[in-house]
Design a protein around this ligand. Structure first.
Ligand code: ZN
Length: 291
C-alpha cells in the first residue's frame, strides 16, 4: 500500500463514522482492461459499470482538471440523457453519483476517453475542457437550491480524492462547471460543499487569516483590478461590465456562497486576493502593479 492510499484510508475511516454512504477501505472494483490503458484502481469505493455513452471521443490531452456538475434531473432521466444517443444533444460523463440513501458511483465513460460534459469552456490557458478533464455528474435537481446529502458528500470526497491523487490534479483545477462556462452554467451550485471538501484536501480554498488581513487593509475594488485577479486565477471573462459581473458571480458561487450577486465588494475581493496569492503567486505579483 503506498502513501496516498494510506492517507486516503485515514480520511475514509473518519468519514465512515459520519456517513452510512461510505463503504470503507476494501477494494472491490474490477475496471475493464484495455490494452495500453491504465484503468483506475479504486480503493474504498465500489464503482458500478453503468450504460456506456456515445458522448465521448479518444483522449488526446493529459488529464489536468476535475469538473463537478449537478444533473438537474432524476437518476433515470440523467442516465438516459448521458448515454448521448440524441445527436442534437450528444453528452457524456465519466461518473455519476446517485442521490439514493446509500449513494452509488456509476461509471459511464472510461477515463481513457474524453467525455462530452463541459461544452464550450475555458480555464486558465485551456480551452475546451472535455479533453483536459474528468467529469462527475451528481444527481441533484438544482444544487443552488437543494443541499447535497452527507452520504453524497462522503462518496464525492472518496471519488474525487482518488482521481486527484492518481492524475496529480492541482487544487485550483478542481472546478465547478460554472467556473469554466461563466454566464452559461450554474452547476453544481452554491450548495455544493466546496469548503468541507477543501478542509479534507479536495480543491482550493482561501486561508481565513489571510482573508481577514486583506479585509483589514481595505481591498482595491476597482473593476480593472478585480478583472485582472479573476483572469489570473483562471476565469475567462467576456469584455465589459456584464462580462465582469458574470465572472464575479461565478466566483462567488464557488467561494462566497453567502453572496452570489455579481457585485464587487470587499469580502469577495479579499477572498479572491487570497486565492490568487496562494495558488497563482506569479500572477498575483503582477496584479499588484496594475490599477
Ligand atoms: Zn454541468
Amino acid at each position: 500500500m503506498n502513501a496516498p492510499i494510506r492517507s486516503y484510508c485515514r480520511f475514509g475511516l473518519a468519514w465512515a463514522l459520519i456517513s452510512a454512504g461510505f463503504v470503507g477501505c476494501s477494494t472491490t472494483t474490477k475496471p475493464e482492461k484495455k490494452p495500453g490503458v491504465v484503468e483506475p484502481k479504486f480503493t474504498g469505493l465500489v464503482i458500478e459499470q453503468g450504460p456506456g455513452s456515445l458522448g465521448a471521443e479518444p483522449r488526446k490531452e493529459p488529464v489536468t482538471c476535475l469538473v463537478l456538475h449537478h444533473t438537474a434531473g432524476s437518476l433515470p432521466s440523467s442516465l438516459e440523457i448521458l448515454q448521448g444517443k440524441d445527436p442534437k444533444h450528444k453528452v457524456g460523463i465519466h461518473y455519476v453519483v446517485t442521490d439514493e440513501p446509500k449513494p452509488r458511483v456509476i461509471r459511464m465513460v472510461p477515463e481513457s476517453m474524453a467525455a462530452y460534459h463541459a461544452g464550450k469552456s475555458a480555464w486558465g490557458k485551456l480551452n475546451g475542457l472535455n479533453q483536459h478533464s474528468i467529469g462527475i455528474e451528481i444527481i441533484n435537481y438544482d444544487g443552488n437550491v437543494y443541499p447535497y446529502s452527507d452520504a453524497q458528500v462522503a462518496i464525492i470526497f472518496a471519488l474525487c480524492d482518488e482521481i486527484i491523487r492518481r492524475h496529480g490534479i492541482k487544487p485550483w483545477n478542481v472546478l465547478a462547471h460554472s467556473d469554466i462556462a461563466v454566464g452559461r452554467k450554474v452547476d453544481p451550485g452554491l450548495k455544493f460543499p466546496w469548503a468541507k471538501l477543501a478542509s479534507l484536501g479536495i480543491g482550493a480554498w482561501p486561508l481565513p487569516d489571510e482573508v481577514a488581513d486583506n479585509l483589514s487593509k481595505k481591498p482595491n475594488l476597482s473593476p480593472a483590478h478585480v478583472r485582472a485577479l479573476l483572469i489570473a486565477y483562471g476565469y475567462l471573462l467576456e469584455p465589459g461590465d456584464v462580462g465582469l459581473k458574470l465572472g464575479v458571480e461565478a466566483f462567488q458561487r464557488h467561494f462566497r456562497t453567502s453572496k452570489v450577486d455579481g457585485v464587487i465588494d470587499a469580502g469577495t475581493v479579499a477572498i479572491l486576493e487570497s486565492l490568487v496569492r496562494r495558488y497563482q503567486p506569479k500572477a498575483y505579483r503582477e496584479t499588484r502593479f496594475k490599477p
